[in-house]
Design a protein around this ligand. Structure first.
Ligand SMILES: NC(=O)c1ccc[n+]([C@@H]2O[C@H](COP(=O)([O-])OP(=O)(O)OC[C@H]3O[C@@H](n4cnc5c(N)ncnc54)[C@H](OP(=O)(O)O)[C@@H]3O)[C@@H](O)[C@H]2O)c1
Length: 262
């Protein structure tokens, strides 16, 4: 799908992958609908300063952790008959560490933001997307959705759930104009990436961890959209690890727990 003149909605557009993808899509001629929580004029200005022009950019208040906020956002979209060509389910939170040490409130919030919110939005906005000549729903999962590492229990469960949602939908939407794409996102240098060592570093050897910039990843996402891909996989050693985890889970478990300390 060409991005020129398409109406793209992005959650978690305040920073990181969401903001970088918004910038790249805007350069390619898309109209942006940026969904952020607690937006005020200062926050809008901060985000807009990342773009060469303020044209073709609108803001929406959406707190993914709140059912009430999701209901209100969806109700407004349905009432306004908003044009949604692409919806990028990107906003997310990281949890991690030994399961018994993770904070239960944070786990609930993470499932809400990472899994329930995209489910809610996909469910309720589907009629608007199905009404378009062509539409695309993008789900930002993670390599954690396939690599089942210690310390990643809750986050991996949410991200593999998100990938399952996208893949089931792909089958369910067969023959319609609405396509899905799931991103098996690798390490991307954002605030979330910086949290990995804090949450996992005490128990796991992270020396092999690598990252690319959000700008480079945004270009890959745009290219995948324009090529009509249904999945975006990382390249190099991470891709090999994904294949090993998927096709030889015992070997993957053995190798990936060599440096693990409880
Ligand atoms: N970075 C990586 O290495 C990596 C790897 C795999 C997958 N991912 C996935 O990529 C996505 C983007 O992450 P990122 O790396 O760009 O991280 P980030 O820089 O921490 O950005 C996270 C985004 O999610 C938003 N968000 C969090 N909670 C929210 C809520 N309750 N309501 C609305 N927005 C909320 C944040 O908004 P605020 O500014 O308001 O907090 C922010 O815009 C996430 O789904 C993440 O799981 C990232």
């Amino acid at each position: 799908m060409k991005l020129q003149d398409k109406h793209v909605w992005i959650t978690g557009a305040s920073r990181g992958i969401g903001l970088a993808t918004a910038q790249e899509m805007h350069k390619r001629g898309a109209f942006l609908h940026l969904c952020l929580r607690n937006i005020d004029e200062a926050e809008k200005k901060r985000v807009l300063d990342n773009f060469s022009t303020k044209e073709r950019i609108k803001f929406y208040d959406l707190d993914l952790s709140s059912r009430q906020s999701l209901d209100l956002f969806c109700q407004q979209r349905l009432e306004e008959k908003s044009v949604i060509d692409i919806f990028f389910h990107n906003g997310g939170l990281l949890t991690g560490g030994l399961l018994e040490n993770q904070n239960l409130d944070e786990i609930y919030q993470m499932y809400q933001v990472n899994l329930l919110a995209p489910t809610h939005l996909s469910h309720t906005l589907a009629p608007l997307m199905l009404a378009r000549p062509e539409a695309f729903a993008i789900y930002n999962s993670s390599v954690s959705g396939i690599l089942y590492l210690p310390c990643a229990t809750t986050y991996a469960a949410a991200k593999s759930g998100l990938a399952a949602l996208a893949r089931c939908l792909e089958s369910e939407l067969k023959g319609t104009n609405l396509k899905t794409m799931v991103l098996f996102t690798p390490g991307i240098k954002t605030r979330m990436y910086d949290q990995i060592s804090e949450l996992y570093g005490q128990h796991l050897d992270l020396s092999a961890l690598s990252s690319i910039s959000a700008d480079v990843y945004a270009q890959k996402i745009c290219h995948a959209v324009e090529a009509g891909k249904t999945e975006l996989w990382p390249r190099g050693s991470v891709r090999l690890a994904l294949f090993l985890a998927r096709f030889s889970p015992k070997a993957f478990r053995y190798l990936s727990t060599l440096g693990f300390k409880r």
